[in-house]
Write a protein that binds this ligand. Structure first.
Ligand code: 5RP
Length: 216
């Protein structure tokens, strides 16, 4: 599995433009991308990072980590996913970095998602949907999610996001229309962000393999 993740991560390097600032996601697949980015660090102007974990790895390879507010829109964002459907819509947030990932994806012209083949699904929802919540709203949001969707929210106890918030993982969802589901869950007071990337899907998906598959 990690070999397939490595192949996807390394393929994404071909999309990096010289002199650009690269948006960088979080997770084990992205770790291979960052490793490869380290080998071409003299060709890029730096990175915007979606998590403390990725920031540490980027800095350890001598890549400057920049503030999104200072660099403005990005040309490219590269990130992994927990699930990907045939329309390049995603479930993300297994690593609890969904909010910053969503911000950088939205701020980027092109979002490239790197996955191993096991992440491909016909319909989203087998992977429990992560939802980042303000701590005081945890039970309110859980009740609302149950009422609206019928899914079972489970508190990822002990996990605190880089933003100081908590995560609910929603099990057993029937995600018939991911855009509608994303919008409805976003409206619950106390929800910071929802790990559905349907309103802003990936532009390109790279599936690790020999050779990697590039889906547009
Ligand atoms: O959304 C994420 C982190 O919040 C990751 O992209 C997702 O969990 C996939 O991780 P991995 O590449 O380790 O399988």
């Amino acid at each position: 599995m990690s070999e397939l993740k490595r192949l996807a991560g390394e393929k994404a390097i071909e999309f990096v433009e010289d002199g650009s600032v690269v948006g960088v996601g979080t997770g084990s697949t992205v770790a291979y991308f960052i490793e490869a980015l380290g080998r071409i660090r003299d060709r890029i102007a730096g990175a915007v990072s979606s998590s403390e974990q990725s920031t540490r790895q980027l800095k350890s390879l001598g890549i400057e980590v920049l503030d999104l507010n200072a660099v403005g829109p990005l040309r490219l964002y590269v990130d992994g996913a927990d699930e990907c459907d045939p329309h390049r819509r995603l479930i993300k947030g297994g690593g609890a970095a969904l909010t910053r990932e969503k911000i950088i994806a939205q701020a980027s012209d092109r979002f490239i998602c790197i996955i191993d083949p096991a992440k491909q699904v016909p319909v989203l929802g087998r992977f429990p949907l992560p939802v980042e919540v303000i701590p005081m709203a945890r039970s309110l949001v859980a009740r609302e999610i149950l009422a609206i969707t019928g899914g079972q929210p489970v508190w990822r106890e002990g996990v605190v996001t880089d933003n100081g918030n908590w995560v609910l993982d929603v099990h057993g969802l029937q995600i018939v229309d991911p855009v509608v589901m994303e919008e409805r869950l976003n409206q619950i007071p106390g929800v910071v962000s929802v790990g559905l990337f349907a309103r802003r899907p990936a532009d390109v998906v790279i599936v690790g393999g020999e050779p990697p598959q590039v889906l547009r």
